[in-house]
Design a protein around this ligand. Structure first.
Ligand code: BES
Ligand code: ZN
Ligand code: ZN
Length: 496
């Protein structure tokens, strides 16, 4: 999707569609009244008949039939004026773009960013449009003619602050490109997206951006004693990879933020095989790893002055002849032993070695992202990622980044008592607790591998993939994590 900045008057602007944000309770905006007047009171009439009420994310396309140079007006509801936030603008832009999906409209002009003088609305309008207009049509042999908007023009009344506006638009697009990179990776099917493929994509992306990228293969992991990660990989013919990305732009004395992402390219459950219904969705089990790659991509492209490391332990979890089995005892890289009671709890098995490896960087903080537990989907649905961690100020910073960017997180407790669920008779811990508090017991397990580091774990099992369209997250992979982490890193860069 291309963006163009144009100067002009909406009433004199020829285009296929003019995108107009509307409130539920305020019809006095001069652009709104100007268009309404040009259309002979059509908008006011729609409100009067309650055919369109300005309710958040409701849309309506009307034809102007020559009364204005714009061929159509796309009305999008933004709710009450006093409740307007960046998130509402982002959602409004996404809804509007999605409403034009099957209309044949290719180019539209947006007025959504004009609702306030805050640059935040420009950012939100661009984000909503790019993210809402995404489709993954890579494997459709016949591309749909109506695949959606190709170009969005942002109309401004005059040329003031144009340089600044250009900068905001470019930055928003850069960030969104990283989100779409993640969505593409997560959408790829498991027969394409293997640990080797992830590593290749990491190499390709990092070469373009001047990020250092190192990929460890099995032998090196063996040498390091990453037996927990290797145990998961044993059931598959796909060899594992351990991807290490480093972007150091804050000087050698600054401790890095280390991101760790679960990179299970397909999770069949292994010997503890998953039920067949819905198993195909488990191609998204590398969404955490992809988000880590996308965050490095965005951070480098935006040239944020931070030190950032990304670690992605990548493997496929299949029940092959050499697969790890329930009852096995595995010695992790940290030296702690793990009794396997469920081979489907493989995410923590690959993460624990990566979290231990992360210690070598003497990290300022470690943040891991993982589609880790079905229990998190039960607890929070697809509306928030689960957050657990050992440091209040870090959790606070993540929470405030989350509230700002709309990628919500919700904290679950991590009291020591939950460790009782993970006690093993034979090893230091089991790899899975019972049915209770599955999200927390998984986080408790991970905590055993972070040493004294400040750490936050984000369970994105419910947020990495949408079963239904959301305003700026069309059905499918969401790319969750990138915008959240970039906001968090921007905070660090500002020295929060
Ligand atoms: N990848 C799954 C978690 C998952 C489930 C993500 C559903 C998205 C939707 C993970 O590897 C897993 O299978 N976890 C088990 C853990 C259990 C065995 C302790 C689960 O949640 O059932
Ligand atoms: Zn699993
Ligand atoms: Zn998994």
């Amino acid at each position: 999707m291309q963006f163009l900045i144009e100067i002009g008057d909406p009433l004199r602007h020829p285009c296929q569609a003019l995108l107009l944000g509307c409130f539920e309770d305020d019809l006095a905006d001069p652009i709104f009244t100007g268009i309404d007047h040009a259309l002979g009171g059509c908008l006011a009439n729609l409100y009067r008949q309650r055919e369109f009420t300005g309710k958040q994310n409701k849309t309506r396309i009307i034809h102007t039939l020559g009364k204005m140079p714009a061929e159509r007006i796309v009305l999008v509801g933004l709710g009450k004026k006093k409740d307007l936030t960046m998130e509402r603008v982002r959602q409004g832009a996404g809804s509007a773009i999605q409403s034009m999906r099957d209309t044949g409209i290719k180019v539209c002009t947006s007025l959504l960013h004009l609702l306030g003088d805050d640059n935040g609305y420009i950012l939100a309008a661009v984000e909503g449009a790019v993210l809402g207009g995404y489709t993954f049509n890579h494997y459709k042999s016949k591309r749909d003619e109506n695949d959606g908007i190709e170009e969005v023009r942002l109309l401004f009344p005059d040329a003031t602050h144009l340089v600044e506006i250009e900068k905001v638009v470019t930055e928003a697009r850069t960030l969104c490109e990283a989100v779409l990179f993640v969505r593409d990776l997560v959408s790829q099917p498991g027969n394409v997206s293997t640990p080797i493929y992830l590593a290749e994509k990491a190499m390709e992306m990092s070469a373009k951006l001047g990020i250092s990228c190192q990929v460890m293969e099995r032998e090196e992991m063996e040498r390091l004693g990453m037996e927990s990660l290797l145990a998961v990989a044993k059931g598959s013919r796909q060899p594992p990879r351990f991807i290490i990305l480093e972007y150091m732009a804050a000087g050698v004395t600054v401790r890095p933020t280390v991101l760790v992402g679960k990179g299970i390219t397909f999770d069949s459950g292994g010997i503890s095989l998953k039920p067949r219904e819905g198993m195909e969705k488990m191609k998204d089990d590398m969404a955490g790893g992809a988000a880590v790659m996308g965050t490095l991509m965005a951070t480098a492209a935006l040239k944020l002055p931070v030190n950032l490391v990304g670690l992605v332990p990548a493997a496929e979890n299949l029940p092959g002849g050499a697969a790890y089995k329930p009852g096995d005892v595995i010695k992790s890289m940290s030296g702690q032993t793990i009794e396997i009671v469920n081979t489907d709890a493989e995410g923590r098995m690959v993460l624990c070695d990566a979290l231990h490896y992360a210690q070598r960087y003497k990290p300022a903080v470690i943040i891991d992202l993982a589609t880790l537990t079905g229990a998190c989907v039960v607890a929070l649905g697809s509306f928030a990622s689960g957050m657990m961690g050992n440091d209040e100020s870090l959790k606070k910073a993540i929470r405030s980044a989350a509230d700002k960017c709309g990628e919500r997180v919700w904290e679950l407790p991590l009291w020591e008592e939950y460790g009782e669920l993970m006690k093993s008779d034979i090893a230091d811990m089991k790899n899975a607790g019972g049915p209770e508090a599955g999200t927390i017991s998984a986080a408790w397990f991970l905590q055993k591998f972070v040493g004294k580091s400040r750490w936050v774990h984000l369970d994105i099992a419910g947020t990495a993939w949408m079963e239904k369209d959301r305003p700026y997250m069309p059905k499918g992979a969401t790319g969750v994590g990138v915008r959240l982490l970039v906001d968090y890193l921007r905070g660090i860069a500002k020295g929060r």
